[in-house]
Design a protein around this ligand. Structure first.
Ligand SMILES: Nc1nc2c(c(=O)[nH]1)N[C@H]1C(S)=C(S)[C@@H](COP(=O)(O)OP(=O)(O)OC[C@H]3O[C@@H](n4cnc5c(=O)[nH]c(N)nc54)[C@H](O)[C@@H]3O)O[C@H]1N2
Ligand SMILES: Nc1nc2c(c(=O)[nH]1)N[C@H]1C(S)=C(S)[C@@H](COP(=O)(O)OP(=O)(O)OC[C@H]3O[C@@H](n4cnc5c(=O)[nH]c(N)nc54)[C@H](O)[C@@H]3O)O[C@H]1N2
Ligand code: SF4
Ligand SMILES: [Mo]
Length: 751
């Protein structure tokens, strides 16, 4: 380890994936010279992956923007913060005033779940704007899970996670945690936990059309035909009923609709599903029997089960199988975490339920889900006029790069170029932010404090950690929380007001509500007195203090003196362990019945579409994605330490398919889909099953006007250009990114 007189260490929770490992940073001056795993971290216990080890390189990337950019005479130029927010207010307000609230769209990308700013301000922004034009990365990701949880449990954010440390049998569907480090299941050292499962005599089954590194660890790997998991899972449910293997155990009195469910899956016999899934009926039966026989078991599905034509049904069936085998809400099964910043748990009982389609998109009439419209429809919502209302004419984009991460980037690229106004909060000038009229760059992560609001609600162990900024804000930098607070003010007619007013507003509203709730520890108290007790050096810290104190482990502002506060958490820099996941039902349920509603009508109504799929036998090639350990969606290809080696944008193709099509290893191939065509080098490999090819996403860094020096050297191609955005899972509006029909030929030949 290099040391200089001013070298010191500081802790930082890693924001580069969902595992949230604690890092120990060596800081020289203001530079992060090294990152190691924090051995004392209560959750990650020293684990680190190659991406985390490159935290310093990602943090110090010279291409990160240092000042805001404002477009003048058609060109983006460096500007002061004041000029930038003046331009935001001048750009957004007239659009909202002239064309109405929905003409201002908001696009939120993945890194919002990895920043405190992204957790604390977008809801305020949306409420202030009053827009229905919200598009997020969820509709190219996990929205099917939100919808299935909303319908089953009445709460779109009640997502059970597999109890990795205690389960006897884990069934992974469309997930590759050895490369992704896990998702909707926050678990530092996921690979180590899978190995520990095997060591303690447990079994691992992986369903994936590719023989991934995760599949290679498994006792059983089922190379399913892409897009057919819902059929396989329905057939497994069928077997459980048919063979009398259902055993709901303690869940029995909490579940409604069991008989209706049995009838609904009666057509989905393994024999009927086998052809479409390309999995033997006997294997499907074995999967169901193994699940039922295991002392405890957890079924877990991720990207490959979500971004497919039946994503919501597959996500629902994952939980159905956990329920039918009595594994939901029990140790070793799939449980609901309880995060420290969760709202005070209310007493169990009926709730408001979950509704879909409260409004629709203007052009294709897609129903909203969880307040969002499909991001695959963003381009048409901008570029297509209808009688229905105004197109989106201005966009607020926070931490999103939809030109690369969503279908048909070329069309979106043009649409973004046609906007009256666009502001991007982004550290890079990239494929999307290059269209902005104003770019507001957040500081690098070493200069930002961190707490995982979202991922702690998905963690395999209850714990709480907070790391203040490891390095003070450089002169001229603005905290991302302040950027978003000022953006809220500029977008809602309060430009120039003190940004702390936004935090004060939220604190007053939250405490005002809490004192009226009978179950709250602060019931009946004076909200001003409570606000006066909050500690924290900034608005966001005071908000964190408030949430911790009102939360399930909180001090209740003195009601439970031993409970959590921000001050108490600051005294424990490596975090506080809150114990293993515990059974929580029926408390999390917010359905109208107060029960788990096994066969909600929107899902029952979607089953005929799944029944039709029983007959389908696609004969052409289909495309799936893949992730590489040293990647992160579209924005880490600019870090030399994380590129090269196996992390390349190549087309994986099975040797038999390659031979048949005349494709040669290493040679360029043309790939054509409904949305366009790309040329990428072939990588002939039997890790992908016959009939399936794989391209990673987030590449295609060859557009002009970006500032991504290293990424542009080996730009790769944009896999999402193969999609036209018309294929969606209808219930969730999630784009179909896997199992997409395409054609392949050697470059230079015609298709
Ligand atoms: N074909 C295909 N497409 C996919 C997927 C797939 O599997 N296959 N996966 C999908 C999934 S799961 C997701 S989540 C989406 C992701 O889609 P997006 O969220 O649109 O893309 P990201 O590449 O995660 O990057 C978002 C942007 O955040 C910026 N950024 C990085 N750090 C920060 C920060 O601290 N603050 C701010 N304000 N900005 C920051 C980056 O510069 C980048 O411009 O892509 C989806 N697209
Ligand atoms: N290194 C790295 N880590 C990441 C990211 C990254 O880009 N790079 N992105 C982060 C994000 S935003 C997310 S959402 C998570 C995603 O986390 P994961 O879901 O674990 O991500 P993937 O590695 O894409 O795994 C999806 C798997 O589904 C398989 N698959 C494709 N189609 C089907 C199908 O129809 N059925 C089945 N059963 N399987 C299918 C693919 O072959 C692939 O192996 O990863 C996060 N972590
Ligand atoms: S696994 Fe994820 S959180 Fe942990 S060090 Fe790697 S990138 Fe960071
Ligand atoms: Mo994602």
């Amino acid at each position: 380890m290099s040391t200089t007189p001013d070298s010191r260490t500081a802790l930082r929770i890693c924001p580069l994936c969902e595992a949230t490992c604690g890092l120990t940073l060596t800081i020289e001056g203001t530079r992060v010279a090294q990152a190691r795993g924090d051995r004392d971290d209560v959750f990650s216990k020293g684990f680190i992956c190659p991406k985390g080890a490159s935290f310093g390189a990602a943090d110090g990337d010279p291409d990160r923007l240092r000042t805001p950019l404002v477009r003048k005479d058609g060109e983006l130029r460096e500007a002061t913060w004041e000029e930038a927010f003046d331009a935001v207010a001048a750009g957004l307000r007239p659009v909202a005033e002239r064309h109405g609230p929905h003409a201002v769209g908001v696009v939120l990308g993945n890194p919002n779940v990895h920043t405190m700013a992204g957790a604390l301000y977008p809801t305020v922004l949306l409420a202030g704007l009053g827009t229905r034009s919200l598009f997020t990365a969820s509709t190219v990701d996990q929205m099917p899970k939100h919808v299935s949880s909303g319908l089953l449990f009445g709460d779109a954010n009640a997502i059970p996670v597999p109890d990795l440390d205690r389960t006897d049998h884990l069934l992974l569907i469309g997930a590759n945690p050895l490369e992704s480090n896990g998702s909707l299941c926050t678990a530092p050292d996921f690979p180590g936990k899978l190995k520990a499962l095997r060591t303690r005599g447990g079994t691992l089954t992986v369903i994936d059309p590719r023989r991934t590194r995760t599949a290679r660890l498994a006792d059983r790997h089922v190379a399913i035909r892409p897009g057919t998991d819902a059929l396989l899972l329905a057939a497994m449910a069928h077997v459980l009923f048919e063979e009398g293997l259902t055993d709901l155990g303690e869940l029995t009195p909490l579940v409604q609709g069991l008989d209706e469910l049995a009838a609904a899956v009666s057509d989905f016999t393994p024999e009927a599903a086998a052809g479409a899934c390309d999995v033997d009926a006997s294997d499907i039966r074995a999967l169901a029997r193994e699940l039922a026989a295991a002392p405890t078991a957890a079924v877990y599905g991720r990207i490959g089960s979500c971004t497919v034509p039946h994503g919501t049904l597959a996500s629902w069936l994952v939980d159905v199988l956990n329920i039918l085998t009595g594994n939901l809400d029990r140790p070793g099964g799939a449980l609901f975490p309880q995060a420290a910043t969760d709202r005070t748990p209310r007493p169990a009982g009926p709730g408001h339920g979950f509704r879909l389609g409260r409004w629709h998109s203007r052009v294709s009439r897609h129903p909203e889900a969880k307040g969002e419209l499909p991001i695959a429809a963003l381009a048409e919502e901008i570029d297509t006029a209808t009688e229905e209302g105004e197109p989106v004419r201005a966009l607020v984009v926070v931490a999103a790069n939809p030109v690369l991460s969503t279908p048909d980037g070329d069309r979106l690229d043009k649409a973004l170029g046609s906007l009256d106004f666009m502001v991007s909060v982004d550290p890079y000038l990239n494929e999307t932010s290059r269209h902005a009229h104003v770019v507001l760059p957040p500081p690098p992560p070493s200069q930002s404090p961190h707490h995982d609001f979202a991922f702690n609600t998905l963690a395999v162990r209850n714990q709480v950690r907070y790391t203040p900024a490891a390095v003070p804000l450089e002169p001229g930098r603005m905290a991302e929380t302040e950027i978003l607070a000022r953006l809220v003010l500029a977008a809602t007619g309060m430009h120039g007001a003190d940004p702390s007013a936004v935090d004060t507003l939220v604190i007053d509203q939250t405490l005002g509500k809490a004192v009226k709730e009978a179950h709250s520890p602060v019931h009946g108290r004076d909200p001003r007195e409570l606000a006066g007790r909050l500690t924290g050096a900034s608005g966001p810290e005071r908000r964190l203090d408030m949430m911790l104190r009102l939360g399930p482990y909180g001090d209740g502002f003195g009601a439970r003196p031993d409970g959590l506060t921000l001050a108490g958490l600051l005294d424990r820099p490596h975090g506080i362990d809150l114990g293993p996941l515990r059974p929580r039902l029926p408390q999390p349920l917010k359905t109208r019945s107060g029960l788990v509603e096994l066969l909600p009508p929107p899902l029952a109504d979607d089953l005929p579409r799944l029944r039709d799929a029983l007959r389908r036998r696609p004969d052409g090639l289909v495309l799936v994605g893949r992730r590489h350990l040293r990647s992160n969606n579209s924005w880490m290809h600019n870090i030399p330490a994380l590129t090269g080696g196996t992390n390349r944008c190549t087309l994986h193709i099975h040797p038999d398919d390659a031979r048949r099509l005349g494709v040669v290893d290493g040679a360029p191939v043309r790939v054509k889909g409904a949305g366009g065509e790309v040329v990428a080098p072939a990588e002939v490999t039997d890790t992908v099953r016959r009939g399936v090819v794989s391209l990673p996403h987030g590449w295609g860094h060859d557009r002009p006007g970006t500032r991504l020096g290293h990424a542009a050297v080996e730009p790769g191609v944009n896999v999402n250009q193969l999609l036209d955005g018309s294929l969606l899972d209808p219930l969730s509006g999630t784009a179909v990114l896997n199992g997409v029909p395409i054609e392949v030929a050697p470059a230079g030949t015609t298709l």
